[in-house]
Write a protein that binds this ligand. Structure first.
Ligand SMILES: C[S@@+](CC[C@H](N)C(=O)[O-])C[C@H]1O[C@@H](n2cnc3c(N)ncnc32)[C@H](O)[C@@H]1O
Length: 229
């Protein structure tokens, strides 16, 4: 029996009225949350592995869940180094067999990991945000990546950023936030996975009859987007 999931419901009729103010704030106010020591250690280990693998294209799967997308990306891009990052030990511990040699799963909070990656000079060629938690209540805007103070860091890393969600408004808000920062409007498109699912959430939403939305944008590496602490 396939897992079912309900459509996202929100008390927001359209893009959040505070989005632009929050993006502007993130661009001018440094994120002061201290970096967790354990994330520094996790990052250092991931960075050592990346360096050990030589100068290969880097792909980030941010919020990778159980890591099935990380595996697929590693198989599709054997020349690359692929890192799946998620804060959930439970999800990361699900056994889906050995990972390809060019992939690793890392347990970390992205808010810290992204900042360390930018400070460490990482330049992903591809960066995936696949089905982030939608936080659909209007009061939770600041928990969506486009309303979070870490948003400029996500864009500053650069590369081809791909966001997918079953909530169209999430992707539309993200597109507005990208436009506010870069001046470029990335198109939001519906898509049909056609049985070729990149993630378990993608499969679940599709099998529940939900529409899927995505945005892809090519970003330059722009550390200057992040305000100095
Ligand atoms: C809805 S799930 C999607 C998982 C996977 N991408 C998929 O499509 O199957 C969202 C994932 O984001 C992770 N996540 C949310 N906030 C995070 C954070 N701050 N740092 C790391 N992972 C986070 C959660 O643990 C969860 O696994």
């Amino acid at each position: 029996m396939p897992e079912r999931s309900r459509n996202v419901t929100s008390n927001q009729p359209g893009p959040h009225q505070d989005l632009s103010r929050r993006v502007a704030r993130a661009l001018t106010h440094p994120l002061r949350k201290p970096l967790a020591e354990h994330t520094r250690e996790t990052f250092a280990a991931a960075d050592a592995w990346r360096v050990e693998r030589g100068d290969r294209p880097l792909i980030l799967d941010a919020g990778c869940g159980v890591g099935l997308s990380t595996r697929q990306l590693a198989e599709r891009h054997p020349e690359s180094t692929v890192l799946g990052i998620d804060r959930s030990a439970d999800r990361l511990s699900r056994d889906h067999g050995p990972l390809p040699d060019n992939a690793r799963l890392v347990r970390a909070d992205l808010v810290d990991f992204w900042r360390l990656a930018l400070a460490g000079g990482w330049r992903p060629v591809r960066h995936y945000l696949l089905y982030p938690n939608p936080y659909p209540k209007s009061a939770h805007l600041k928990m969506r990546w486009q309303g979070h103070p870490v948003f400029p860091v996500i864009l500053a890393l650069g590369g081809r950023l791909e966001l997918r969600s079953n909530w169209r408004l999430y992707v539309e808000e993200f597109a507005l936030a990208v436009e506010q920062v870069t001046g470029d409007r990335a198109p939001v498109t519906g898509f049909e996975p056609g049985g070729d699912f990149l993630t378990p959430f993608e499969r679940k939403y599709h099998h529940s009859g939900q529409l899927l939305w995505r945005l892809g944008v090519e970003l330059p590496h722009r550390p200057d987007l992040v305000p100095d602490a």
